[in-house]
Structure formats: C-alpha cells, structure tokens
Design a protein around this ligand. Structure first.
Ligand code: HPA
Length: 246
C-alpha cells in the first residue's frame, strides 16, 4: 500500500483508534507545520496523521501553513493524502452530517501562500489542475463508503472561501450559481500544493451546517459541533473501510 496520510480538520483533531508509533516535529523551508506528524497504526495499517488546525485546534483556516504541511508529508514519503474537512451544505442533498467526496473545486481564497513554484528550488511550473482530486483515490473512497453502508454524495464542487467568518447569504447564492455544492475554508491551497508535489489527494467533506441563508436564523457553533459529531463517526467508519480495501 502506498504511504497514506490523513489530514484531519475541525472535528477530527485526533484520530481515535490510532496507535501512535512516533511523532515527527519537522522544520521546513516554509516554516512550521500545523502540528507534529503522527505515524501510527490505524486499523492494522500504518498511516500518518496531521491535525490541520493544530492540536489543540488553534490555527484559523487563513493562517494554516499549507506549504509546510504538504512539504512535510512529502518528506515523510507520503504518496496518498485523504483530507477530511467540515463544510457547509449549499445544495439540497448536502444535509448536515452527510458526507461528500468532491470532484471539483472553485477557489475563492486570496492572499494565501499557495504555491511551491516561485523560486530556484521550484522554478515556475504551471501544473494541470483540471481534475484537482485524484480519481483513483476518490473511487476507492466511494467503494469504501458502499462497503461500510454509508450513504454519500460521490461528486460535488467544493467552493473554498477565505474565512474565518462564514459567508453572507448573497455569497452563498452566488456560489450556488457558480455550481458549488459545498463550502469550506481549507480545501485550497491544500489540494493545489499536493498536486504540485505530485501527491494523490482526495477529500472527505463532512457537512456541518446549512450554508448561510439556506436555513432560518444564524449558524451556531453548537449546531456545527452537534452535526460534526455524527458526520465524523461515519467518517471514521469510512476511513476504516477504505484502509481495509487498500
Ligand atoms: N462555510 C465555510 N466553511 C465551513 C462552513 C460554512 O458554512 N461550515 C463548516 N465549514
């Protein structure tokens, strides 16, 4: 099995059932990664786990050092990345606690350090990004979901916003017109950086809330946490099935 990393987002700061083998505290040419890289056994297979927002969860989406995180995983020999992230649901099927395996991205972020290709170490290169997620990894996650009896959306466009504030209702309407199904804050530049370093990357989007304006009233952290709890339980089952089949 290719060396696998799981990047955990909000609601997945620690991978329970991971038997820790070692922790790597890496320094990188890009600064400090979000946390130690934890190598452990998950479901009898070796995986590397990284908490995207740090452990404890303290780093805001726009402050995450995505380059250090992806570069560190590459140094550790990782070839496959499964990135777990909480999202808001925009289209009707993206109900809270549901899971989607997105196949496309629209990047609405700005002013993030988003590329390795800007100096003599990595001279400018325009990577192909037509299909931002690795199709084989996506297919493996979709098959794993059916083995684990978890109903998921096997496609979807992930719109990545800058945060840390949530969106306005008008922004979400625009994103829906653009074709976005879910909205999150961390999918980019993470996916692009993984592609730049030729690592296979796929995402599990866990719907935490209805996106702004899609439901009455305000979006509360309490609701988000409640829905994430259910969504993350299924995410853990999905990851186990994925590893079983790998
Ligand atoms: N918007 C952006 N990111 C999110 C949301 C949202 O509604 N929910 C969880 N992450």
């Amino acid at each position: 099995m290719a060396k696998l990393a799981i990047i955990g987002g909000t609601g997945l700061t620690q991978l329970s059932d991971l038997t820790i083998i070692k922790r790597d505290k890496l320094t990188t040419p890009y600064g400090a990664p979000s946390a130690d890289f934890i190598t452990g056994e998950f479901n009898h297979k070796e995986v590397i786990f990284l908490a995207r927002h740090g452990n404890p969860h303290t780093i805001a989406p726009h402050k995450i050092n995505y380059r250090a995180n992806i570069w560190g995983l590459k140094q550790l020999g990782v070839e496959h990345i499964v990135a777990v992230a909480a999202v808001g649901g925009i289209t009707a099927e993206m109900v809270p606690a549901h899971i989607a395996i997105p196949d496309q991205i629209i990047d609405y972020t700005h002013s993030r350090l988003h590329t390795f290709f800007e100096d003599e170490n990595y001279p400018v290169t325009h990577i192909d990004f037509s299909y931002p997620y690795n199709q084989k990894l996506r297919a493996a996650l979709i098959i794993a979901a059916s083995h684990a009896n978890i109903s998921i959306s096997p496609m979807g466009t992930y719109g990545c916003t800058q945060g840390p504030r949530l969106e306005t209702a008008a922004e979400i309407n625009r994103m829906e017109k653009d074709g976005c199904n879910v909205v999150g804050m961390t999918g980019m530049p993470e996916a692009g950086l993984a592609k730049e370093l030729e690592m296979d990357y796929a995402a599990i989007s866990v719907i935490a809330n209805w996106a702004a304006g899609k439901t009455e009233g305000e979006i509360t952290m309490a609701d988000i946490e409640h829905n994430l709890h259910a969504g993350m339980a299924n995410t853990a089952l999905l990851l186990k099935a994925f590893i079983d089949l790998a």
